[in-house]
Design a protein around this ligand. Structure first.
Ligand code: GLV
Ligand code: GLV
Length: 324
């Protein structure tokens, strides 16, 4: 019997075609499997699951998957999957490291530049018919050249951001679970900060690239926002719950920080209403990896892990499996 794969939403067609060369493939309707019960009901029929980061792959979903061999997330972050529960059931879990680092880093720079130079406010000003000629005091913003960038989470994405920021003349400070080796730190002239508070105090721009874990939930809270300077910009392209969204909204409304560029939210697709109306804040709908090239690479990496496992390859030959 043909093995069966559930792809929970339409993704780049070439990826679906690749899976169809080997398996029976079902593609869910967008949004259907954001519901845990829908996944529990569907999963017993499938040998492999290719979920989106918006699908809750909980212990109950995994336990219902009696034929399930692999869950290959269409994302690098995998906080939507109960990895321990999967490993207890001998189900492999894969993510997509590496392929989206450049896309995410480019997008992070785009947010930094856009918030720093107030692009969206400036466009609205012009569209609203308020452009009354060159203004020596109009739209004064932050130059990245010579500014200090604080990076929280110095994995592949954090390092890709650091390289781009160096090219723009920024100084690099970073916080990470562990300090990086000198051969990574030295070319970036990156200075390690053991305390997030220290980074928040010194950075002109603070950008988040850590995974969402218990330790990083609300890492950026009222205390850290109060330590940041009134000109400091916060960028989040990691996961929404790393930031206390209500506290961020108030900090912006009260002018406690300089601005924010936010691509990820605590309860997607909801966005805190006070954040939507906050000044000096650019909000985007979780699109940091959304280039055609990268979304295809993400899909192919997930698909190849499924093909490998269902065709009996040795797990050690599949580079993107998460270790038990
Ligand atoms: C996107 O947010 C990802 O984790 O790939
Ligand atoms: C993502 O690829 C990371 O490890 O930072």
């Amino acid at each position: 019997m043909n093995k069966r794969v559930l792809v929970t939403e339409p993704i780049i067609p070439s990826v679906i075609d690749t899976l169809k060369e080997h398996f029976e493939v079902e593609v869910g309707e967008r949004g259907t499997y954001n519901d845990e019960q829908a996944l529990i009901d569907a999963i017993p029929e499938y040998d492999a699951l290719l979920p989106m980061l918006s699908n809750p792959v909980t212990v109950d979903v995994i336990n219902a998957g009696k034929n399930l061999k692999i869950i290959a997330n269409h994302a690098v972050g995998y906080n939507n999957i109960d990895v321990e529960a999967a490993h207890r059931q001998n189900v492999h879990v894969a993510n997509t490291p590496g392929v989206l680092s450049d896309s995410c880093a480019e997008f992070t720079m785009a947010l930094m530049l856009a918030v720093g130079r107030r692009l969206y406010e400036a466009q609205r000003h012009l569209q609203d018919g308020n452009f009354d000629g060159w203004d020596p005091l109009g739209f004064l913003g932050m130059e990245l050249q010579g500014s200090r960038l604080g990076i929280i989470g110095m994995g592949r994405i954090g390092q890709a951001v650091a390289r781009r920021a160096r090219a723009l003349g920024m100084e690099i400070l970073y916080h990470n679970r562990s300090r990086l080796a000198a051969d990574i730190e030295d070319p970036l002239s990156a200075e390690y900060c053991e305390e997030v508070a220290d980074l928040a105090r010194r950075a002109d721009v603070l950008t988040l690239h850590c995974p969402l874990t218990e330790e990083t939930t609300h890492l950026i809270d009222n205390r850290i926002l109060s330590i940041m300077g009134e000109d400091t910009i916060l960028i989040n392209t990691a996961r929404g719950p790393v930031v206390d969204e209500a506290a961020l909204a108030e900090a912006l409304h009260e002018g406690k920080i300089g601005g924010a560029g936010i691509d990820v939210f605590e309860k997607e697709p909801e966005v805190h209403p006070r954040l939507k109306t906050a000044p000096r804040c650019l909000l985007t709908p979780h699109i940091a990896s959304a280039s055609h090239k990268t979304r295809e690479a993400i899909g192919m990496l997930a698909a190849n892990a499924i093909i490998g496992i269902l065709q009996g390859a040795s797990p050690s030959d599949i580079p993107n499996l998460i270790e038990p």
